[in-house]
Design a protein around this ligand. Structure first.
Ligand code: DCP
Ligand code: CA
Ligand code: CA
Length: 369
């Protein structure tokens, strides 16, 4: 395989950082984002916490009651999860990241792989500069810090992204790979959970370096061919998994919160057109056409309303999209008396451009010969 350069971008203490951005006055305090189960006041688990709270031992997954105990005498902030708000920020950041990648792979709400081999001409210095630019862009446009790992493959990029958090940038060149990986605990490798870690420990293997020296046949005997081979390769930093765009989406949408609840069509359309532009640029990137347009309104009382229109033939232009969105919002405002708190736009029934071309060609015959 040709030499690659891969990045993993992971947003720092993501949900908690979104909360800090919404309310900067809490930044210096421990911030704990909670998933309340609703049974008793404090039942539920910690989703994530900022780094101030982590100093007190508060982290993802622990019970809220335990977090409160750890922060007993501290002026800490406990907040409920607001997934939609984090999703909005995530969507916009993913677009920034996508614009810097040859190939983009969305992994989760706060992380993505970027193959940047072509645009950096496989040069690590270029890649490091690009990573700085990405960090600056995300900070300037969305006021959030992230950590980036750069390496010859996904495995190394992922580990590198995690090593200097928060606001980290770690570049691992191919010749530095073994020195970088050797001292790390085996747990750093994707796929090595607590159980495997225990098992390896009984074999005297604690670090990735020790795993790399361990007889591969014995690994296969113990863990089976697939896993044994994987562990062996991973410990040497070998990973051929390509960065891959994940499937074609069924729809593309954006939603955003208005500055205040309103029924003013001018305010609503102004924001809606902004969202249209974002959705449309995503559509262009995907090289797809659309056949239906929807709008969403989340009202002041959090009730959700929508309107849609589906066309007979796929459309591809921004103007039709904007015109339809305007029509649908005007229709909605005429039919309903709610105030909009959040609004969204969506394109669905997406179709491939080539397919349409094929249809046209088979319908009219191939005019070129
Ligand atoms: N998350 C969650 N429960 C978990 C782990 C994570 O709800 N057990 C959510 C909250 C996190 C988000 O997913 O903000 C991203 O998870 P990460 O593992 O990337 O953790 P963070 O971004 O919070 O922190 P870090 O700075 O370590 O990346
Ligand atoms: Ca993260
Ligand atoms: Ca993550």
């Amino acid at each position: 395989m040709q030499a690659r350069i891969v990045m993993l971008v992971d947003l720092d203490y993501f949900f908690a950082q979104c909360e800090e951005r919404r309310n900067p006055s809490i930044k210096d305090k421990p911030v704990v984002v909670c998933v309340y189960s609703g049974r008793t006041e404090d039942s539920g688990a910690v989703s994530t916490a900022n780094y101030v709270a982590r100093k007190y031992g508060v982290k993802s997954g622990i019970p809220i009651a335990l977090a409160k105990q750890k922060l007993k005498d501290v002026d800490a902030v406990f907040l409920p999860l607001d997934k939609e708000f984090y999703r909005e920020i995530s969507d916009r950041i993913m677009e920034i990241l996508r614009s810097h990648a040859d190939v983009f792979e969305h992994v989760g709400i706060d992380e993505a792989y970027l193959d940047v081999t072509q645009r950096t001409k496989a040069d690590y210095q270029e890649a490091e500069r690009l990573a700085e630019i990405i960090k600056d862009d995300v900070l300037a446009q969305e006021q959030l810090t992230c950590s980036i790992g750069v390496g010859p493959n996904k495995l190394v990029a992922k580990i590198a992204s995690d090593i200097q958090k928060p606001d980290g940038l770690t570049v691992v060149r191919p010749h530095e790979m073994n020195v970088f990986l050797s001292p790390l605990p085996v747990r750093s490798l994707v796929g090595v959970g607590r159980k495997t870690e225990k098992k390896l420990e009984t074999l005297g293997v604690r670090t990735v370096g020790q795993l790399a020296k361990f007889d591969v046949q014995r690994l296969i005997d113990i863990f089976g061919r697939k896993l044994g081979t994987y562990f062996h390769n991973a410990s040497q930093g070998i990973d051929d998994e390509p960065v891959q765009e994940r499937g074609e989406p069924e729809s593309v949408s954006r939603i955003s919160t208005l500055k205040e609840n309103t029924r003013d069509p001018a305010v609503i359309l102004d924001e809606a057109y902004r969202l249209c532009k974002e959705v449309y640029s995503r559509l262009l990137n995907l090289g797809l056409l659309y056949r239906s347009v929807s709008i969403y309104v989340v009202a002041g009382d959090l009730s959700v309303h929508s309107r849609s229109k589906t066309f007979e033939n796929p459309a591809s232009d921004l103007e039709t999209f904007r015109k339809t969105v305007k029509e649908l919002f005007e229709k909605f405002l005429a039919e309903s008396d709610v105030e909009a708190r959040r609004i969204g736009v969506k394109l669905a029934n997406l179709a491939k451009k080539e397919k349409l071309q094929q249809q046209i060609t088979s319908f009219f015959g191939d005019a070129t010969d």
